[in-house]
Design a protein around this ligand. Sequence first.
Ligand code: PLP
Ligand code: TYF
Length: 397
Amino acid sequence: LFSAVELAPRDPILGLNEAFNADTRPTKVNLGVGVYTNEEGKIPLLRAVREAEKARVDQALPRGYLPIEGIAAYDAAVQKLLLGDASPLIAAGRVVTAQALGGTGALKIGADFLKRVNPNAKVAISDPSWENHRALFESAGFEVVAYPYYDAQTHGVNFDAMLGALNSYAAGTVIVLHACCHNPTGVDLSEAQWQQIVEVVKARQLVPFLDIAYQGFGDGIDSDAAAVRLFAAAELNVFVSSSFSKSFSLYGERVGALSIITDSKDEAVRVLSQLKRVIRTNYSNPPTHGGAIVATVLGTPALRTMWEQELGEMRDRIRAMRGGLVERLKSAGVTRDFSFVNAQRGMFSYSGLNSAQVDRLREEFGIYAVGTGRICVAALNTRNIDVVASAVAHVLK
Ligand code: PLP
Ligand code: TYF
């Protein structure tokens, strides 16, 4: 049965983790995978999460099945976080939300559902994008194309080319957009550019699928959702995959959600019924723990305040590391201008290092980055930043 099965290629990012773990050098640094680590180099367990967990353990609750679409309080909290507390769409019952297995699970059920609704559509992702976007939509049966996005010359967005591509797509084409903190580049659209994208998407009858995996890591919870809210205000049918992996530091608990904006309450009921069908045949219903913790934190004012503060601390620390890296590169004698790193948003930076330089960082210094030059700035801390800066200076010589 398996004699002809070929060895599948490793995920380029998760594969790096394996190599990092096998490296015995004490000074090694993992700037590969997109995980936030704190000043001590550890994945934090947020205080708000710990409080909610303690309270939950003490309640000794039974472990029945959740509804197919997950915990109602969780789904409601997700909608408010994405669309704002006062969203008229939420009030009108036009938003469908299902708890999902992380942002990845949300993309998967969204893709499967779209395939039923619009089987002949193409899907367009950014060039470059998170590796899994293409694979997820292809495995749902879609043809995936890429629209121009990053401009290496300017360290910015090739906006005219992006608009041109969107203008060339057939009606119904699904456009996957990073709502904030673009992975892998760290380069986001401005609000004025988002507005233009919304207009083109509307005029060309494209289907926006916004992926928001880093809400709160850019400028703040509400400002990072600005793109989602612009699309919502434009009266479009919008798909949103969201994740708490990063913002709650709950990577392994698989907490995310798929939200879909529909035209009416009646449509929402029908859409949810079909989405539930997709979920049933994937994993039946989601797990309890992560969703319950997030719902408790978001629904308890004191814990919510604590979480917002902790999220703000993560955001500020990443910003400080961006500034620190730029400064240290300069003082290490690097003449290339790295100030663009300060303008990037979220966990990542497209550093401009080429694959040979990334190889040297790994081989000579035990510093792991993605071959494209993507580094996870959220893995820098005051203990490793000097080592990283001097190693980068070395490979740039
Ligand atoms: N979408 C993007 C853009 C991501 O960077 C990630 C990162 O993991 C995800 C989705 C998936 O999120 P999760 O880990 O919650 O599945
Ligand atoms: O881009 C990253 O590093 C994160 C984590 O298949 C990740 O989004 C990477 C690869 C993958 C799943 C998650």
